[in-house]
Design a protein around this ligand. Structure first.
Ligand code: NAD
Length: 485
């Protein structure tokens, strides 16, 4: 134990406690490369305690009997508490994942909208009276919570990706066990204190911290978990699906992406350059929706590339806590090394590196894990750099000639999370969203999100939708009741 580090405890059944093993692991600040906190290293015993607490809260505790209106009221109160503590929550998250404070502040301040929206839906979840084809029968349906939800989230937007699951789950009446990423556990634990303060009964919300093998595996095979809501990478997604199969758990999987932005010859070039830059360099490219392939029409290819590189060159790198910083560090050291190895692979494949291509050695980057914004031109779509998710500030620029060729290249990936289109043509703006096999298509914008718009992927980007009214169905079961008189 290191006494200079902040020591966290986990939250199970509304009680703060050490892990059963009493062991901890360290969480690092990516800007300094130094550890700043100690996190309980949970295992199957902690998972079991958390799932039992969640199960009891739902099937024998106060929560399971609580009126939906009251659930909604608690959710609105929680939303107000997040607004009160937004700055603190954002700062903790930035310390853990190195994302820009300006962006995380915006994300955290937006979280209450999920609670207000789904909290408002809590008492509007209705079954139906079904007039059936048999005499002397009264038949109706009940809409019930699916059960205990296990939520597993990654490190790039820990609170936001948790909230996309938690708000509809609470509205539906479910209880929740959260496993944050081992790299970013602190904000979830700070958030748990707000759940307690808002007055949620014991067991409704629980956090178990630790690693995929120690915590993720026992959580995803636990017989009392009814549903898993996962955001993360493909490999973990596959393991989770296998773990869920024997007990037939419900699943929502939000996985990776290799999203293409198509710049047509009639595009507003300035807007397409800004959208391209934000698409790949925001959050240092560590977003599932990163526009990591830029497909540019050959007639504007050179002009676009020149402007894109000129703009990327001016990106201010440095301390993510500084409001003027535009590109922060990479969240973890292994991720930093992985991105550098992809850069070498791209060079080896013959992609032309026209910007960056190295770790950033600028003084303002200190000892953090920084990588220069990197642009590869003249990439072929069959190169690994165009097919595999790099999850860093590295973009592949690919020329195209015909519209159909652009759609074919965009779709030529195992993923299907998002796509962007830049055009003033009504025809292209209408046809492209139909041709592109992706869960989200942005036209003349990129990377916008709302609690009202469904989000999710197709193909290897996963299945199920978060956000919007339909997301609540992922947390509900329909029960049919037959009454003979
Ligand atoms: P990851 O898959 O390594 O980890 C995600 C979470 O899963 C972590 O909490 C991790 O501990 C846990 N985990 C790992 N192995 C597990 C197992 N066997 N059982 C249960 N849980 C396990 O992903 P990451 O590196 O944290 O995040 C990056 C990935 O997340 C990228 O692929 C990215 O595209 C994806 N992502 C997707 C979305 C989306 O909405 N589609 C959003 C953000 C990130």
């Amino acid at each position: 134990m290191n006494s200079s580090l902040k020591r966290y405890q986990v939250f199970i059944g509304n009680a703060w406690q050490d892990s059963a093993s009493r062991e901890v692991f360290q969480s690092y600040n990516p800007f300094t490369g130094e550890p700043w906190s100690e996190i309980p290293k949970c295992d199957a015993r902690d998972v079991d305690a958390a799932v039992e607490a969640a199960h009891d809260a739902l099937y024998s505790g106060e929560w399971g009997r609580m009126a939906p209106t009251q659930r909604g009221a608690l959710m609105r109160k929680l939303g107000d508490l997040i607004t009160r503590d937004a700055e603190k929550l954002a700062a903790v998250e930035v310390r853990d994942n190195g994302k820009l404070l300006a962006e995380v502040n915006g994300q955290v301040r937006y979280l209450p909208q999920w609670l207000y929206f789904y909290g408002g839906l809590a008492d509007k979840i209705n079954g139906a009276v079904v007039p059936i084809d048999k005499p002397d029968m009264f038949t109706y349906t009940l809409r019930e919570p699916v059960g205990v939800v296990a939520a597993i989230v990654p490190w790039n937007s820990p609170l936001m990706l948790m909230m996309w699951k938690l708000a509809p789950a609470l509205a539906a009446g479910c209880t929740f066990v959260l496993k944050p990423s081992e790299h970013t556990s602190a904000s979830a634990l700070e958030f748990a204190a707000l759940m307690q303060e808002a007055g949620f009964p014991p067991g409704v919300f629980n956090v178990v911290t630790g690693f995929g093998k120690d915590v993720g595996d026992p959580l995803t095979v636990h017989p009392k978990v009814a549903k898993i809501a996962f955001t993360g990478g493909e490999a973990a997604g596959r393991t989770i699906m296998e773990n869920a199969a024997p007990s037939f758990k419900r699943l929502t999987l939000e996985l990776g992406g290799k999203s293409a932005q198509i710049v047509f010859p009639d595009a507003d070039l300035d807007a397409a350059v800004s959208g391209g830059i934000a698409g790949i360099f925001a959050a240092t490219g560590q977003t599932c929706i990163a526009g990591s392939r830029l497909l540019v029409h050959e007639s504007i290819y050179d002009a676009y590339l020149d402007r894109f590189v000129a703009s990327a060159k001016t990106a201010r790198m440095g301390d993510p806590m500084e409001m003027g910083t535009q590109v922060g560090p990479v969240t973890t050291k292994p991720q930093f090394e992985r991105i550098l190895s992809y850069i070498e692979i791209a060079k080896g494949e013959g992609a032309r590196c026209v910007l960056g291509g190295n770790a950033a050695g600028r003084p303002e980057c200190g000892s953090g894990w920084f990588i220069e914004p990197t642009v590869f031109a003249d990439v072929r779509n069959d190169m690994r750099i165009a097919q595999e998710e790099v999850f860093g500030p590295v973009v592949s620029v690919i020329p195209f000639r015909e519209d159909e060729e652009a759609y074919a290249i965009a779709n030529d990936t195992s993923y299907g999370l998002a796509a962007g289109v830049w055009t003033f043509s009504i025809k292209r703006a209408t046809v492209a969203p139909k041709r592109l096999r992706a869960g989200t298509v942005w036209v003349n914008t990129y990377r916008t999100a709302s609690f009202l718009m469904p989000f999710g992927g197709v193909k290897a980007s996963g299945f199920g939708r978060e956000n919007g009214i339909e997301a609540i169905n992922q947390y509900l079961e329909t029960k049919s009741v037959w009454l003979s008189y």
